[in-house]
Design a protein. Structure first.
Length: 185
């Protein structure tokens, strides 16, 4: 674990982060954050794959994001407002997450400008990802979104069910099947 952080952070800062968190093991289908609960932790994916997913009152699922290894996960807006999360963070395969309590994270951010700059970089990266996703959903057709998905997440479609890919793309599974057949020919 420390080697991953040491690639992202100077040794001293990696050790500061390691000192305030712990490894959590999640099985496929487990939730790191549950909708309706107020989240109190941030995670860094050491191993595995996650998705941010909304589930409506009828049980229909809407995949908001897919998060790979070596990335942070959180329902950050819910944490900063101390309100329940609107979405789940679901493990799509057996996973290991370095979990950091939010209150300890805030202590780091408050104590050292380094961590505020680090947080700003994470927020900026999240903003860029969110803006790109919105632009694609609004302006691109389903086939182009799928081709972009394959470029952004090479070989991931073999790790997750096609219904999740379709949900992420904002289309029905049947439409994804047609697109896949068309691209294959």
């Amino acid at each position: 674990m420390s080697t991953v952080f040491k690639e992202l952070l100077p040794d001293e800062k990696a050790n500061e982060l390691l000192a305030i968190g712990k490894i959590e093991t999640l099985k496929k289908g487990d939730y790191f954050v549950r909708a309706g609960a107020t989240p109190k932790k941030i995670g860094f994916i050491k191993k595995g794959l996650f998705r941010y997913v909304y589930i409506n009152s009828l049980g229909k699922q809407f995949t908001k994001g897919i998060i790979l290894e070596n990335q942070f996960i959180a329902s950050y807006s819910a944490m900063i407002s101390n309100e329940p999360s609107f979405f789940f963070i679901e493990a799509l395969e057996d996973s290991e997450v370095f979990s950091i309590p939010y209150n300890k994270w805030l202590s780091l951010v408050d104590a050292d400008p380094f961590w505020m700059r680090f947080l700003l970089k994470l927020v900026e990266k999240g903003f860029i990802t969110k803006e790109k996703r919105e632009r694609e959903l609004l302006l691109l057709n389903a086939e182009t979104r799928y081709v972009n998905f394959l470029k952004e997440y090479p070989s991931i479609e073999y790790r997750i069910h096609q219904t999740i890919v379709a949900s992420y793309l904002g289309i029905q599974p049947e439409s994804l099947s047609r697109i896949r057949k068309k691209i294959a020919t």
